[in-house]
Design a protein around this ligand. Structure first.
Ligand SMILES: Nc1nc2c(ncn2[C@@H]2O[C@H](COP(=O)(O)OP(=O)(O)OP(=O)(O)O)[C@@H](O)[C@H]2O)c(=O)[nH]1
Ligand SMILES: [Mg+2]
Length: 341
């Protein structure tokens, strides 16, 4: 209901609902237009899809870099520094801070904005946070679409920051071409990382706050884990980069420069080995399945919820009056016959 009223309000507003016009403004790099569409994605406004259709042909150019790691590992600090490094090369940059845990934008993300304040006046740096309020397409879908918006705006590099915890975050980070996992010594990060399956998605490891005790131990553990995995000739072995205390400006900057070069090397590797093509193919599959799920399953679920049938199904399954298989078969049959649940 909330979504419908919101879309109606926007369409009758003075900005109108001309998707072509909104798409054009985004393609021209208009920050307000892009922000509005990202907000609509968060709110699961149906019309957002119409605008996305128009911007899609203008996407596929940007390099997407994912940054993940435990809370407080230093992801935003490193992201902020990467933004500066990319700006020195005159790249247009976007940062998407994804907060899966928060039902509202703000909180930790607000901290990120403050931390990245020095880029606030740069028109070629666009920083946005993304939280979803239970979008049917799921967070990963919303992130994929937000990346398309930033890409269509003409950004050369898109940095996606997320806290690496569970499967949802792994799905989010899989939108990136290159994934950086930030670890900190002395936090039991190694164990957490393996548990969360983050090891599998890492292309580059960063040990941040490398002035701390335990850095060498963590580095050794990581390297032996990577050795255990083994590697085929020509395969990318994720390098482990140490990043010194942000207060040791000179070494910190040097370390960030190494990180930038490694990101470049990884990108070249993806292109050379045609892994980039494979990644893009996988992304297309995931994207189609996600849209299928939200456009076919979404309306059925909404209808069942609106009529109270969904609650009824839950209660029947709980009391073992019905099994979910039979119930879903009935829903499917009704839907195919009548076009509704
Ligand atoms: N001393 C020191 N502090 C650091 C360093 N890197 C980050 N910090 C501090 O650690 C805190 C967390 O850093 P962030 O960059 O916000 O970490 P994050 O991983 O983005 O945190 P979340 O987004 O909240 O998960 C901040 O107070 C930083 O100033 C470092 O190298 N040395
Ligand atoms: Mg952060």
């Amino acid at each position: 209901m909330e979504n419908t009223s919101r879309s109606t309000r926007e369409c009758s507003g003075k900005e109108g609902c001309d998707h072509v016009e909104l798409a054009k403004r985004i393609i021209n790099g208009n920050i307000r237009a892009a922000s509005r569409l990202i907000r609509d994605l968060e709110d699961d406004v149906l019309q957002a899809k119409e605008t996305l259709k128009h911007i899609y042909p203008h996407t596929g150019r940007a390099q997407v870099i994912g940054i993940t790691g435990s809370p407080g590992a230093g992801k935003s600090t490193i992201t902020d520094e990467l933004v500066s490094a990319f700006r020195e090369k005159e790249n247009k940059v976007a940062v998407l801070a994804v907060d899966p845990s928060s039902p509202f934008s703000g909180g930790a993300i607000l901290g990120d904005r403050i931390r990245m304040q020095r880029h606030a006046s740069d028109p070629d740096v666009f920083i946005r946070s993304l939280a979803t309020r239970g979008a049917l397409g799921g967070l990963s879908n919303a992130v994929g679409s937000a990346i398309h918006i930033l890409d269509a705006m003409g950004k050369d590099r898109i940095l996606v920051e997320t806290v690496g915890v569970g499967q949802q975050e792994v799905d989010v980070i899989n939108h990136a071409h290159t994934v950086i996992v930030v670890l900190v010594p002395g936090m039991g990060d190694d164990i957490q990382a393996i548990k969360a399956g983050i090891m599998e998605v890492a292309d580059i490891f960063v040990i941040n706050k490398a002035h701390r005790d335990g850095t060498r131990r963590l580095q050794k553990e990581l390297l032996s884990l990577l050795d255990l995995k083994g590697e085929c000739p020509g395969e990318w072995k994720p390098p482990v980069i140490l990043v010194d205390d942000v207060l040791n400006k000179d070494t910190f900057n040097e370390n960030i420069a190494t990180l930038c070069r490694t990101i470049e090397d990884h990108h070249q590797h993806l292109v050379r080995t045609r892994l980039l093509e494979k990644k893009l193919e996988k992304k297309a599959v995931v994207e189609i399945l996600g849209v299928l799920r939200s456009s076919i399953l979404g309306p059925i679920v909404k209808e069942l919820q609106a009529t109270g049938e969904f609650d009824d199904m839950v209660s029947r399954v709980m009391k073992r009056q019905n099994d979910p298989y039979t119930l879903v078969e009935e829903v499917k049959g009704n839907f195919l016959r009548n076009g509704k649940g």
